[in-house]
Design a binder for this molecule. Sequence first.
Ligand code: HEC
Ligand code: HEC
Length: 381
Amino acid sequence: MFNTMFPGRVVGLVFVLSGLLVTGVDLSQAAGIEGLKQSLGKRLFFEENLSSPVGQSCASCHSPSHGFADPRGKAVSEGAHPGRFTSRNAPTVAYAMFAPKRHWNTVDQVEVGGYFYDGRADSLEEQAAGPLMGQVEMANTGKQAIVSRLRKLGYSPAFRQIYGHEALKDAETGFSQLTEVIASYERSSEVNAFNSKYDHYLAGKARLTDQELRGLRLFEDEDKGNCAACHPNKPAITGAPPLFTDFTYDNLGIPVNSDNPFLTIDRKFNPVGKEFVDLGLGSVTGKQDDKGKFKVPTLRNLEKTAPYMHNGIFKTMMEVVEFYNTRDVSDKWGPAEVEVNVNKEELGDLKLTEQEMEDLVSFLRTLTDGYDLTAERTEKY
Ligand code: HEC
Ligand code: HEC
């Protein structure tokens, strides 16, 4: 979280959330060029012929049926080549658009924003280039190869509708047009739905059960769950709905996941094998203070995005909550993967009862998009 509770934290949040006002128009209504970009971007997001070998689309690891995370449920994702795995668990693409560019917040003295778990990309466009080119994910050999393939697959007319004569003109131009339209889709309201039970509750249209309300209170209470310290759950002053992340970085003391298939893949892709240590933000900034820190993820659609954490170590929401609750007082959890910078102030020994943990999880389930409001209408208040 931001280090302190003084107003700088709020300033940071407003900064983050004001992005929503600029970009958060109802994109389902988007017309004209933006609408064309989104629908082409969507086709390409699901296009399985852009990987090499073919068969792997963005959606293979970011499926709408699983909250735009990996539907296969492994600790980390298998790429286009069978047996090649990414080092990290695929986070959801939903709500990723709201991350500001990574920057140093001078008031709170913390890094904020950026894409990927370690903030190494600055925008969705830059981010999308990663998997398209990554040796593991889609394993393409170069921009020229991808652009030729787009032409062969018959995408030229659709690109021309948007970019006219410049469409897929050369490798460089074509590739940036590809990442641009994919990013447009990732910014659409289809991907950022804001229609969970909790959103309807905030709008006064749905009622939380007693258990969900108890969970919400525990989530917010600094002396209980304290989750909101890093996963803010209140609408911004601007009225923008909460994102459940403040885009800061923390080392939660997550242990090595011995079931992570990345640890045993070909040495060409992981030269150190089981000795692999993920330094997160530290690997990008090179700073001692950043080692072991990962970007706070959104908690929206959690119910569908298991397993959890950057290395997919936890299989259920209950296990996550148990970890926060007893990390420092139970020998059930192994040592932290990275011992420096572990946050010992805000988590590790929350003293929640079994019932309270269940209440928290029950609240987390209200963050799943696509809540059916008809149940509310028939219920008597
Ligand atoms: C083989 C699985 C795989 C494929 C295919 C894949 N991704 Fe990912 N994606 C991941 C993983 C793993 C991460 C996290 C990597 C990291 O943090 O270093 C990620 C991270 C992301 C993020 C960052 C989210 C955030 O909150 O920072 C976005 C956005 C994203 N992917 C979009 C895409 C797009 C667009 C495509 C297709 C062009 C794509 N992904 C293809 C596995 C995949
Ligand atoms: C000090 C900041 C902080 C606090 C407090 C905090 N979290 Fe987190 N949370 C994080 C960070 C950072 C991660 C990602 C860590 C990683 O992958 O190494 C995370 C990850 C998670 C995940 C996994 C999400 C995913 O997609 O993999 C869940 C679930 C979660 N937190 C729930 C909670 C709950 C519930 C609470 C309160 C009991 C809480 N968090 C308190 C910072 C925090």
